[in-house]
Design a protein around this ligand. Structure first.
Ligand SMILES: [Zn+2]
Ligand SMILES: [Zn+2]
Length: 298
C-alpha cells in the first residue's frame, strides 16, 4: 500500500519536475516557421514607423479595431471559446474571419489553447503561465517548445464542437488567407505604406496586446476575486485590448459576456455585444449579477 502510494508520488513529482524544470525542455524545440514570420512582421513594423503617413495611421486604427473587437474579443474569446452569447452562423463566421486578421492562428488552435489555459490556469499544463517565466507566457510559448500548435489531439480534445464545423476547420487551415487578401487590397489602394501600417505594424501591436493578457494580467494588477489562479485586472491591458484586461473578473466568471464588471471598467468589446444585441443580431447574452457580490480578494 505504502509502496504504491510512494510510487504514485514519485511518478507524479517526476512528471512535475520534468514539466517545471524544464527550462531546458521548454525551449528545446524551435517553431521555425512561426519564428520567421514573427521576425518578418517585427521588421515590417519598424519599417512602418520609419514611413509615417496619416492615412497609414487611420488604416492601422481601423484594422486594429476590427481584428481585436470583432475578431479576438467577440469571436475567438467570448463566442467560440466561452459561448457567452448566441448569434447566427453568418455572424459567427464573419467575426471569425475578422479574428484571423490578427495572425493568432485559426479558430481551432486558438480556442483549444485558451480552453486549456482555463482548465489548467497557472498549473503545469497551462500553455502560457508566467510561473514558467514572464517572457515564456508572453511569446516564448509561441516560438519555442511543443506548443501543440496544430496538434490534432489537443484541438479534438478541447475544441470538438468547432472540429465538427467544416467552415471553422477550413478557416483553421487557411487562417492566413484573409490577412493576405487584406494586404493585397491595401496595396491596391494605398501602396506599400498601407501594407506596412495595416498589416505589419498593426498585426505586431495586436499580437503583443493579446500576449499581454497571457503575461501581464497574470502578473500585474488587482485581484477582485480570490480565484485559484494568478489572474489580475489590469486597466492598461484592458485599454489596449478593448476590455480583455479585466482578466481576474474573467477567470472568476468565464462565461460572462462582460469582462468589465463595474462602471469604471471600460469594456469596449462588451459594449459592441450589447449594441448588436439591441440590433437583434445577438441574443441570449450571459450576464453575471455582481451588485453586492463584487468582492476584493484579501
Ligand atoms: Zn488567464
Ligand atoms: Zn477566457
Amino acid at each position: 500500500m505504502s509502496t504504491t502510494a510512494t510510487a504514485g508520488r514519485v511518478r507524479q513529482s517526476g512528471g512535475t519536475a520534468t514539466m517545471a524544470g524544464a527550462a531546458v525542455n521548454r525551449y528545446d524545440t524551435v517553431a521555425w516557421i512561426t519564428c520567421v514570420f514573427m521576425v518578418l512582421f517585427h521588421i515590417g513594423a519598424v519599417m512602418a514607423l520609419l514611413d509615417f503617413t496619416w492615412s497609414g495611421l487611420v488604416v492601422l486604427l481601423v484594422t486594429y479595431y476590427i481584428s481585436l473587437v470583432f475578431g479576438i474579443g467577440m469571436s475567438y474569446h467570448r463566442l467560440l471559446t466561452h459561448r457567452s452569447y448566441k448569434t447566427s452562423k453568418a455572424m459567427e463566421y464573419f467575426v471569425t474571419v475578422c479574428a484571423t486578421l490578427s495572425l493568432e492562428g485559426g479558430p481551432l488552435f486558438w480556442v483549444a489553447t485558451h480552453r486549456r489555459h482555463h482548465q489548467h490556469s497557472d498549473a503545469d499544463l497551462d500553455p502560457h503561465t508566467p510561473r514558467h517565466g514572464g517572457l515564456w507566457a508572453h511569446m516564448g510559448w509561441i516560438l519555442f517548445g511543443h506548443s501543440e500548435h496544430n496538434e490534432v489531439n489537443i484541438t479534438s480534445k478541447y475544441a470538438p464542437d468547432l472540429g465538427r464545423d467544416p467552415v471553422h476547420v477550413w478557416l483553421s487551415r487557411y487562417h492566413w488567407l484573409p490577412l493576405t487578401l487584406l494586404g493585397l487590397v491595401l496595396y491596391a489602394f494605398g501602396g506599400w505604406n498601407w501594407v506596412l501600417w495595416g498589416v505589419f505594424l498593426r498585426t505586431t501591436i495586436g499580437l503583443h496586446a493579446t500576449w499581454l493578457v497571457n503575461s501581464a494580467t497574470h502578473m500585474w494588477g488587482s485581484r477582485r476575486f480570490d480565484t485559484r489562479d494568478d489572474s489580475r485586472n489590469n486597466w492598461w491591458v484592458a485599454l489596449l485590448t478593448f476590455g480583455e484586461g479585466w482578466h481576474n473578473n474573467h477567470h472568476a466568471h468565464p462565461a460572462s459576456a462582460a469582462h468589465g464588471l463595474a462602471w469604471y471598467e471600460l469594456d469596449v468589446t462588451y459594449l459592441h455585444i450589447r449594441l448588436f444585441e439591441k440590433l437583434g443580431l445577438i441574443w441570449d447574452v450571459r450576464r453575471v449579477s455582481v451588485d453586492g457580490k463584487v468582492q476584493r480578494a484579501a
